[in-house]
Structures are given as structure tokens and as C-alpha cells.
Design a protein around this ligand. Structure first.
Ligand code: BGC
Length: 534
């Protein structure tokens, strides 16, 4: 009898514990959304927004700027979805003061911008430094600092003088490394007394793939089965261009550390496009495929700059086409960064195609952003007809907030918790949301839930130091033109006026902790009307 009583007590205690656990789980999942607060992040955590020069500046041939690869590419019929270009873009070149005031009013503590290579050095090493361009970036940097906003400067964000393509084939040539180091040095010399955070290159992995495998970025080279370009080799050229970028990065990093770092105790990093991959099925083959996909994506750039060489997974599967580093180059590359920049937009399923077909034509992985990549992995956003997360305005970008924590965890484990910053994360509205663009509730929910998972990763020990929303304003979204919209500010296409979306108000309230942003208001018609009438 006594035994029976004891068993009952233990059972009821267990039941209570189980109940408490279930309640806390429910609470957690609510907190994932609207409850996220700035105070959930460590003191000094940087909150910013990001842009890049070609996407916002305009003024494409003003004050001595030369023709860039994108200026040339946009002029090829059919290259940009809406037929437009960055000639005017958001006219940031003339409106930068207004944009800095906007950042200040939001309460940003950091702003990630990039320097236009063709504006600063229109002819590369063959010409002079364009002093008007130096003045332009000086004014931006000084005004940011005056308002307590830390400038994060990306040296190369997809844009360079077109002349390099014509003279020596751009990133396919090692000459580009020397051009890049000259450009980086010019930036360090002119801005290094005030800029503390440098990102050498934005997404070498994504740029190499889109420019040399899939031909959707200039110089748009490819070969079958990726496309029928006039010239290119989709198997080899992405590897060569990434190789040249990595060596350019390593040489610039050495120069920075030797000659400039001590001026402001600066930090230098690189940014990668970091998709999270999860196995399509529970099979061991798909689990390995997901690991391989990660290695062929973010680790392709990060292993060399942390460990000094390409990921073992890539070496195993690539033949002689994977370039090799000499031992001096490995020494130069190893530990050549102070932080890792993570551009994270979503997650995809990975399916093995070593042991099964790379063409996925059964119902398990159609349709939506499917493709095979190097590494014998098939990527897809769909499993058994169900999307991995809500679709967005970009084909391969699905909303999978837990992917943020998983991605950070992967990088933390692989690179021994090197300092990380989320240098881009953003939501592109699908066309169905264009009419009601100011009431961008889904963008708010997106950032809230991704931030909640980021906070969780930090609580579990990840050394993440900042978060940048992509993007401050709608802008020229490369080959999609202006049709794809990531901004928390809308740009009126006629007046170029900056119009805050609801997400801008949410970010301001989140950052200033002024009033708790009332999530319920997001759904009320009256609030919608209030925003419209303001
Ligand atoms: C790039 C940005 C781009 C964003 C959204 C990133 O790959 O760095 O320039 O606009 O993704 O596609």
C-alpha cells in the first residue's frame, strides 16, 4: 500500500513537471515571435541595416565614375528581369544625408555600406584615385560617426570596373588579385583612420556561382547543363574565380594587419552566403548530402580563410579542377579574418545524388527553386508537395526561422566559435504584397522570428555580435531589377521619396525600447489606415 502511494506521488509529480514543460514550450514558441526584445541580446550587440553601392547609389557616370561590370551588363537586352539598371537606383549618391538621418531616427548602431570600385578607381591600377569619390565616402563615414553609427565597410560587393573584364577577364585572372589589393589599399589609406570594421569581399561563393556557373550575374558565363552561354565552363570557372577572390582577400588582409589595423584597432572579416541545408529524408545518404551542401556552400569560402585550405569534402569530390594553394598561400590564408559575416536568408532540403539521380522528378521534390549543385547534392525547397517554409519574392528563399539558429550553430562548431555577425537577413515581399507595401506585417514577423532564434543561439554560447537587416530600402536587386523588394523603406519610383513601411516603425520601436510594439495592432484596419494617412 505504502509502495503504491509512493508510485502515485512520483507519477503525479512527473505529470506536473511534464505540464510545466509543455507550458514553457508553448511560451517559448510565442516568444519566438512578437516578444523578442533588444534586451534579449548582449550589451553592445550591433543592430544595423545593410546596402551596397551599385544597388542604391545611382549617379552612374557622375563626378568621374567609370563604367562598371553591372553598368555594362544591364545594357544587354534580357539580362535584367524588368529591363532596368542602376543608373539612378535610389539616388543615394545625392540623398545620402537624408538616408543617414533615417538611420539615425531608427536608432541604428551600425550601417553596412560598400565602396564602388569604379567610382574610386575608374581605371584600376592604370589610373588615379578619384578624389571626388573619396570625398563622397568621407562625408558618409563622418556623418555616420557623428550620429554614433558604426560604419561597416564592404570593399567588394559584386561591382568592379568593366575594363578589367575586357583587359584580362576579371576574376578569372590572377591579375584581378593585384587590382583588388590596390583597391583595398586605397580604401584603407583613405578611410582606415575612422573605419573599424572591414569586410573584404561579399559572398565569394554566391558571386562565383551566379557569374560563372549560372550566368545570372556579369560576366554571365556558363556551359551546359547550366545554360547555353556563348562562352564559359560551369564546372571549372566558379572554382577559379573564387580562388582568385580568396587570394585577393588574403593579401589585402595581410596588408591591413601590417599597415593599418593598429590605427583604430580595426577588425577585418569576410561575408558568405550561408544557406542552411537539411536532409530531404532520414536516409544516411541525404544526411551526408546536407553536410556536403554546407561544405560546398559556406565552407568553400570559410575553410580557406580560417584553416588555410578548401574543405576536405570538396577535395574528396572534386578532381583536378579544384585549384590548389601553395604552402605560402595557405599560410597567408590561415586565420586571415577576425570575424565571419553571415548572410542568411533561408534553408533548403538536400537530396543525395551520388547514389540516386540528380534529376529529381518524383513528387517528393517539385517544384520551386530546385537545382543540382557541385557536390552531388540536389537542393529543393519542397518535400512531398509542402514548402520548407513560407515562400517569398525570391524563388529559393523560404521563411525558416529556426534555420538561423542551425546556421549559426554550424559555423560556431566548425570554426571554434569565431566571432560572427549576421551581415544580411531579410524578407522579399512576393508580388501579392506589393499593393499594401506599407503594411508589411510578414517582414516584421520574419525579423522577429529570425531574431528570436538568433538570441537563442547566443544564449547557447554562440559569439554573435551584430545583426544587419537587408535592406534599409528597396533597391536594385541585381538580375531581378527593382521587382524584388527587401527594404524597410519604400522608394517612390517617380519622386524617389523614402517612405517608411510598418517594418521601419517596428525596428525603431524595437531598437529604442520606447514603447513595446503592439503586435495586435498589425492586424487592425484602423492602424493600417493610420499608417496610410501619415
Ligand atoms: C547580396 C545582396 C542581395 C541579397 C538579396 C545577397 O546575396 O549580398 O546584394 O541584394 O542577397 O538577394
Amino acid at each position: 500500500m505504502k509502495n503504491m502511494k509512493l508510485k502515485c506521488t512520483i507519477f503525479s509529480r512527473c505529470l506536473i513537471l511534464l505540464l510545466l514543460w509543455a507550458i514553457s514550450e508553448v511560451k517559448c514558441s510565442i516568444q519566438e515571435q512578437s516578444d523578442i526584445k533588444r534586451t534579449d541580446f548582449p550589451n553592445g550587440f550591433l543592430f544595423g541595416a545593410a546596402t551596397s553601392a551599385y544597388q542604391i547609389e545611382g549617379a552612374f557616370l557622375e563626378d568621374g565614375k567609370g563604367l562598371s561590370n553591372w553598368d555594362a551588363y544591364c545594357r544587354i537586352t534580357g539580362s535584367i528581369a524588368d529591363g532596368r539598371n542602376g543608373d539612378v537606383a535610389d539616388d543615394h549618391y545625392h540623398r545620402y544625408m537624408e538616408d543617414i538621418e533615417i538611420m539615425h531616427s531608427l536608432g541604428l548602431t551600425a550601417y553596412r555600406l560598400s565602396i564602388s570600385w569604379s567610382r574610386i578607381l575608374p581605371r584600376g591600377r592604370l589610373g588615379e584615385v578619384n578624389q571626388v569619390a573619396v570625398m563622397f565616402y568621407n562625408k558618409i563615414i563622418d556623418n555616420l560617426l557623428l550620429r554614433g553609427i558604426e560604419p561597416f565597410v564592404t570593399i567588394y560587393h559584386f561591382e568592379h570596373p568593366q575594363e578589367f573584364e575586357e583587359r584580362f577577364g576579371g576574376w578569372l585572372s590572377p591579375l584581378m588579385q593585384d587590382e583588388y589589393v590596390h583597391f583595398a589599399k586605397t580604401c584603407f589609406e583613405n578611410f582606415g583612420d575612422r573605419v573599424k570594421y572591414w569586410i573584404t569581399i561579399n559572398e565569394p561563393n554566391l558571386f562565383s556561382e551566379l557569374a560563372y556557373e549560372r550566368a545570372s550575374y556579369p560576366p554571365a558565363r556558363c556551359s551546359p547543363p547550366f545554360g547555353n552561354c556563348a562562352s564559359g565552363n560551369s564546372d571549372v570557372e566558379p572554382l577559379i574565380s573564387a580562388h582568385n577572390m580568396l587570394l585577393g582577400h588574403a593579401k589585402a588582409a595581410k596588408l591591413y594587419r601590417e599597415q593599418f589595423k593598429s590605427k583604430v584597432d580595426g577588425l577585418l572579416g569576410i561575408t558568405v552566403s550561408a544557406f542552411m541545408y537539411v536532409p530531404l529524408t532520414d536516409s544516411e545518404d541525404d544526411k551526408e548530402a546536407a553536410e556536403r551542401a554546407l561544405a560546398f556552400n559556406s565552407a568553400w569560402t570559410l575553410d580557406p580563410v580560417v584553416f588555410g585550405d578548401y574543405p576536405p569534402e570538396m577535395k574528396r569530390y572534386h578532381g583536378s579542377e579544384l585549384p590548389t594553394f601553395s604552402s605560402e598561400e595557405r599560410d597567408l590564408l590561415r586565420d586571415s579574418i577576425d570575424f565571419i559575416g553571415i548572410n542568411h536568408y533561408g534553408s533548403l532540403y538536400a537530396k543525395d545524388c551520388i547514389h540516386s539521380s540528380c534529376i529529381c522528378n518524383d513528387s517528393s521534390c517539385t517544384p520551386g527553386g530546385d537545382r543540382a549543385i557541385r557536390g552531388f547534392v540536389y537542393q529543393t525547397g519542397v518535400r512531398n508537395g509542402v514548402f520548407i517554409g513560407d515562400p517569398t519574392g525570391m524563388v529559393r528563399f523560404f521563411v525558416v526561422p529556426r534555420g538561423m539558429e542551425e546556421m549559426v550553430h554550424y559555423i560556431k562548431e566548425r570554426y571554434h566559435n569565431k566571432p560572427m555577425l549576421v551581415t544580411e537577413n531579410g524578407y522579399s515581399s512576393p508580388p501579392s504584397e506589393y499593393d499594401d507595401y506599407r503594411h508589411d506585417v510578414k517582414r516584421i514577423r520574419f525579423h522577429q522570428s529570425y531574431l528570436a532564434y538568433l538570441a537563442q543561439a547566443i544564449r547557447k554560447g554562440a559569439d554573435v555580435r551584430g545583426y544587419f537587416i537587408w535592406s534599409l530600402m528597396d533597391n536594385f536587386e541585381w538580375s531581378s531589377g527593382f521587382r524584388t523588394k527587401f527594404g524597410i523603406y519604400h522608394i517612390d519610383s517617380l519622386t524617389l521619396n523614402r517612405i517608411p513601411k510598418l517594418s521601419a516603425r517596428w525596428y525603431r520601436d524595437f531598437l529604442t525600447n520606447s514603447s513595446h510594439f503592439d503586435a495586435d495592432l498589425l492586424n487592425t484596419i484602423s492602424y493600417r489606415n493610420k499608417v496610410k494617412s501619415e
